[in-house]
Design a protein around this ligand. Sequence first.
Ligand code: PLP
Length: 386
Amino acid sequence: MDKVIYMDNNATTRVADEVIEEMLPFMGEFYGNPSSMHTFGGQVAGRIARARGQVASLLGCLPEEILFTSCGTESDNAAIKGTLATHPNRRKIVTTRVEHPAVLATCRELERHGYSVSEVGVDKDGNLDVDELGFRIDDNTAIVSVMWANNETGVVFPVERIAGIVRARGAVFHTDAVQAVGKLPIDLRRSNIDLLSLSGHKLHAPKGVGVLYVRKGTRLATFMHGGHQESGRRGGTENVPGIIAIGRACELAQEHMDEEDTRVRALRDRLQAKILATCPDCIINGDTANRLPNTFNVSFEYIEGEAILLMLNKYGICASSGSACTSGSLEPSHVLRAMGVPFTAAHGSIRFSLSRYNTREEVDFVAEKLPGIVNRLREMSPFVTG
Ligand code: PLP
């Protein structure tokens, strides 16, 4: 394949050159163990401390409130299970039907262990009924977990408002901010959020590193017993290059936040507008006024998202579909189903997620190729008549 046009940044991102440059010495000459007494190891500990500060600065919190993990999934698991373990008299979790499996599958597993889980639905635009969520929180609720931004549609939830409601009801509030960090401004100092998850590989750092923000004073059980690393909450020798990388990536995210909101948003809007203008019978899934700047999810009626993806792939264009191919049958996305998107439209959904590395030429190339692909597939579709 000659050239890749990568528009699948909610799945993973390219590691920024500046990030690679910063982490490489820690895969080579600076191989010391940060827990060692000697200066050689100590200098690595110093760099980890700096990375912690870089992450804290992006989130507007204290460095000691940052715990390094291996990924967003681990952070989500630790937040939920770690809170339940410290609140033994509360047996309920409140969450939403559109969370990532990192939260939903965790909650469903806990349900099998006797916890009760209340999943709040969304409306046709993917927005949450915050009052309904508030009603579900009772004296038995240990934790409320609501994502900041949806990975499939980009729809943003009012987590700061929700955090205030949860705080007033005496429960702990966790947000999966894996898709929000680096794309939306976050200031935890001015919020009631207790726990927040993020993932390195969604913000131009490598795979294998994540973060859990734990507000000072929040009770959270140790999630990896072992050494004293990460204030004794997560034992195990640190992923030093990954931590250095996520620190630098957070610094870069801060520098590029305005670009995300203007240039990337303009590219996203350009592609979306061109598709809507040239492809009949397609609809945008999710509230277009309340979305991440880089994401859009579009349904092409009468055709399969996977078929579109395969044809895009021939041109080197990378995107995602809203279905997951499981056990031979195509399951429409749980997010689109929760929004009540009709079966045929859910099956024909594609997610484009851009980044600061995309160009206007790439957008125009995709917009030029897509109508032909859609027409060809519709000609073959058994659902199109006349
Ligand atoms: N939460 C959300 C919203 C995500 O989009 C993802 C990844 O797609 C995750 C959690 C899981 O993150 P990781 O791949 O780092 O485990």
